[in-house]
Design a protein around this ligand. Structure first.
Ligand SMILES: Nc1ncnc2c1ncn2[C@@H]1O[C@H](COP(=O)(O)OP(=O)(O)O)[C@@H](O)[C@H]1O
Ligand SMILES: [Mg+2]
Length: 321
């Protein structure tokens, strides 16, 4: 468990002042669209971000002098390959750089979150599966430290695929994750739950445990398909199981600033969801697949990269929301 009292690692000033990070492969890294009519008549010199809105300076988060209780955020989209796992690891690592204590919950039987943090899931004796299915297994005994200070992991492996079926017969089945996380909630500032690509009972458990949902959306034509169903599920969980549940934000991922297509999809996403869309946009870059191989977050693998800066900007937005 992470109980260390060492001072939080500070983010270098040069990095913390990046407004909205973008990666344009050799470009200046910022969007330089300054047509006055596109700034809604405000400051005509204001730069527009990739969302088409003026870039806002997101403040440096306040330092914490005490920790917990955690805010639980479910990283959710029933479409696979949209950046849920990548965003869970890198947002978690970026929150930790800002002095937050973070627990990452791998809630996908594929175990990609665990792999991305350098753990071989098939070698694990106990995982989140044992914690939710066996009353004798305490969450404290299964949570492990990662190579990143103040980031702990509740790992998963293929065993979890049986839980979906087994949980159906349980009393209070939708509240299982919430119940097992309770003993450690005071130790963390954020618990990020990396959901599997489905809207089944495991995802409903994550939504029932959550204060907020972050929906990663790939900047691709079909990415909006299915989002209505996801939002419908979130609303049902809010009505029936968890009144405090809120959408923290929609995160556009795999954005390619060079293509009109990406910009068109972005415009539609902003049109559909307005201010729910984070200012921070994650660009498509090969650096993210590299980090998976390295088993490290990008904030460690390539700390000065635009991708790392983008996840730091996202962390500041998440703290500010
Ligand atoms: N911004 C990005 N640019 C390029 N590749 C990315 C980006 N984000 C994620 N990837 C890669 O895309 C694949 C799917 O991402 P992942 O985070 O595992 O999605 P999900 O968890 O939603 O299935 C992975 O191989 C990952 O390395
Ligand atoms: Mg995943």
């Amino acid at each position: 468990m992470s109980t260390s009292q060492e001072p939080a690692r500070r983010v270098p000033d040069s990095l913390s002042r990046v407004s909205i990070a973008t990666e344009t492969g050799g470009d200046s890294g910022e969007f330089d669209v300054t047509a006055p009519e596109e700034t809604n008549g405000k400051d005509p010199k204001a730069k527009l971000g990739p969302t088409g809105r003026p870039l806002r300076e997101i403040p440096e988060p306040p330092e914490l002098d005490r920790h917990g209780p955690a805010r639980v955020v479910a990283m959710c989209n029933q479409k696979g390959g949209v950046g849920k796992t990548t965003s869970t690891i890198n947002l978690g690592a970026a929150l930790a750089e800002y002095g937050r204590r973070v627990l990452l919950v791998d809630f996908d039987p594929q175990g990609a979150l665990s792999v991305g943090l350098g753990i071989q899931p098939h070698e694990l004796d106990q995982t989140v599966y044992n914690v939710i299915m066996e009353r004798s297994v305490d969450v404290e005994g299964v949570v492990r430290k990662t190579s990143v200070d103040n980031v702990d992991l509740l790992p998963s492996n293929i065993d979890l695929s049986a839980a979906e079926v087994q949980l159906v017969a349980e009393v209070g089945r939708e509240h299982t994750l919430l119940r097992v996380l309770r003993p450690v909630m005071d130790r963390y500032d954020y618990v990020l739950v990396d959901c599997q690509p489905s809207l089944g009972l495991l995802t409903v458990n994550a939504l029932t445990a959550a204060d907020g949902v972050i929906i990663p959306l790939e900047c691709e034509f079909f990415s909006l398909r299915g989002v209505a169903l996801l939002i419908d599920t979130i609303e049902k969980v809010r009505e029936r199981l968890n009144p405090k549940l809120d959408i923290t934000g929609i995160l556009a991922t795999m954005f390619d600033p060079r293509t009109l297509h990406s910009k068109e999809v972005m415009a539609r996403v902003v049109e559909a969801f307005g201010d729910t869309v984070f200012d921070t946009v994650i660009n498509r870059t090969v650096r993210f697949p590299e980090t998976t191989v390295a088993g490290e977050p990008i904030t460690r693998w390539a700390p000065r990269s635009a991708g790392a800066a983008a996840y730091r900007a996202l962390a500041r937005e998440v703290i500010a929301r």
